[in-house]
Design a protein around this ligand. Structure first.
Ligand code: DON
Length: 316
């Protein structure tokens, strides 16, 4: 722990970067929060800093929802709707594959929206996927319930959606709506665009701590088995496919640089979280809200760089 504390301290020197400004929930975040957590595949865990602070998971939901979709409908069906090649573009570009109309990968918004439609909503109680009086359709509620159930498996505890943050974002998410309409026009969306976006935003609005994220990452590291609860949350194959896509596409247009310099399959989110997964070993999660130009946490990148260098965690 004293080593992790040292890393927090060193990373906190860099106060560059800015908060995401597109919804009040993110704009108003305390920019001095900072946390780091590790969870090993043999169920050891440690964390430092603001490790109980709850924040919306945002894009870090993407690998987990992808893993759940792989489990629900299988790789072949998933690949019909979304590819697995890096886009080299920002997360909110359309980035469709030439010829097929499929989004290039599930780690960008277009790919996450296309992945969302694949979740098996038929077995899930729509009651837990919304509030008593909101405008979500029962299919949206059931898919959100599937996400909550699946993410709870990864995290080893019940998780909740920040419904107000989801509402706030849905009201102004013109760009994601445009992406969903483009997908629909290309035949890459079998459900209504607003339903897909609504569910996608619900998945981004799940509240987590760095400790949750570290255990979720450790579950991917542990072939889909939660190291603490022993639950097989997704198959080993789904976990491995997800890690492959994280390694190549997880850090958006900085993915190549990240893999060469830090060398840990990872995923960042716009609320300031980053997860990293070392297969068979450990899940890592950092949180610090100021972002670089690609939308990844400045201090989080620095924490990962320290861990990678000093503990020789680079997988290559
Ligand atoms: O779609 C959006 O704009 C957000 N809800 C999530 C994007 C995100 O986290 C991108 N990450 N850096």
């Amino acid at each position: 722990n004293s080593y992790l504390r040292e890393i927090l301290k060193e990373s906190s020197q860099d106060v560059s970067g800015t908060l995401a400004g597109y919804i009040p929930r993110l704009r108003d975040a305390d920019e001095n929060l900072q946390a780091l957590a590790l969870a090993t595949t043999d169920a050891q865990a440690c964390s430092v800093g603001d490790d109980e602070h709850l924040f919306t998971i945002q894009s870090i939901s993407k690998p987990f929802v992808y893993a759940l979709a792989l489990d629900d409908v299988g790789l072949e069906r998933v690949r019909e709707m979304v590819g697995m090649e890096p886009s080299g573009e920002a997360f909110n570009e359309l980035s469709l594959e030439g010829g097929t109309g499929r989004p290039l990968n599930p780690m960008i918004n277009a790919g996450a929206i296309a992945t969302h439609q694949l979740l098996d909503h038929t077995r899930h109680d729509s009651h837990s996927g919304g509030r008593a009086s909101d405008s979500r359709t029962s299919q949206v509620r059931s898919r959100t319930a599937r996400i909550l159930e699946g993410m709870a498996g990864f995290a080893g505890r019940t998780l909740e959606v920040d419904w107000d943050a989801a509402e706030e974002e849905f009201a102004t998410t013109y760009r994601n709506m445009a992406i969903a309409h483009m997908l629909k026009s290309h035949g890459s969306l079998d459900i209504e665009p607003d339903e897909a976006v609504r569910g996608y935003i619900d998945s981004c609005s799940v509240l987590v701590t760095v400790r949750d994220l570290a255990l979720m990452a450790a579950t991917l590291a542990n072939s889909g088995v939660n190291p603490e609860t022993g639950q097989q949350v997704v198959s080993a194959e789904s976990a491995r496919t997800t890690l492959g896509v994280m390694a190549t596409c997880g850090m958006y247009d900085a993915s190549g640089r990240w893999l060469t310099q830090i060398g840990i399959p990872a995923k960042s989110g716009i609320s300031g979280g980053i997860i990293g997964v070392l297969p068979g070993q450990v899940g890592i999660a950092s949180f610090a809200p100021r972002l670089d130009e690609e939308g990844s946490s400045v201090q989080g990148v620095s924490m990962f760089q320290h861990l990678s260098n000093e503990l020789s965690l680079h997988v290559l």
